[in-house]
Write a protein that binds this ligand. Sequence first.
Ligand SMILES: Cc1cc2nc3c(=O)[nH]c(=O)nc-3n(C[C@H](O)[C@H](O)[C@H](O)COP(=O)(O)O)c2cc1C
Length: 167
Amino acid sequence: QPGNSRSLANGKVLVAYFTRSGNTRVIAGTIARTLGATLFEIRPARAYPDDYEETVAQARQERDSGFEPALAETVTNVATYDTVFLGFPIWGETAPPVIRSFLRAHDLQGKTLRPFITHGGYGTGNSSAVLASHAPGARVEDPFVMEADQERRTLTQVNSWLGVKPS
Ligand SMILES: Cc1cc2nc3c(=O)[nH]c(=O)nc-3n(C[C@H](O)[C@H](O)[C@H](O)COP(=O)(O)O)c2cc1C
């Protein structure tokens, strides 16, 4: 596999990501496959609601209160990785609360942190500041940033088809 020699040259690589609607997962899978890296999905112990609007409201409240939700799972032997790719969508103009939890729970000191971020068209907000403050001692590289489909756009179009005004 061509990816393996590259991952050996770069040391052990972890690709950790959080996703709701799957956009960030596509990027994470591509990185993992290309570099022969370990894939880890970041999940909160208590899943967010299926409902989009409920999730937006909960995310806003958790952001404003600085809440760090418990993780369903942590990475075993995070110390053995040299490079950590960290992927997430922008939620409320910042990194989702569970990303702060992830960084709090894993010591990335001395590692290279390569963020990859998707957003719905409004940019990365203050997520760089969150990474800088929550990953002390890590070498945080410039993020790969991609605009990706917003669930809200889908809801709006479907509701318009159904003849319902968005709430
Ligand atoms: C709770 C919530 C909050 C969001 N807030 C923003 C935002 O502030 N700015 C933005 O550009 N997109 C925002 N989005 C859109 C997502 O960042 C974007 O669609 C992203 O690609 C979703 O990634 P995912 O499919 O990996 O979950 C938000 C989405 C959700 C669910």
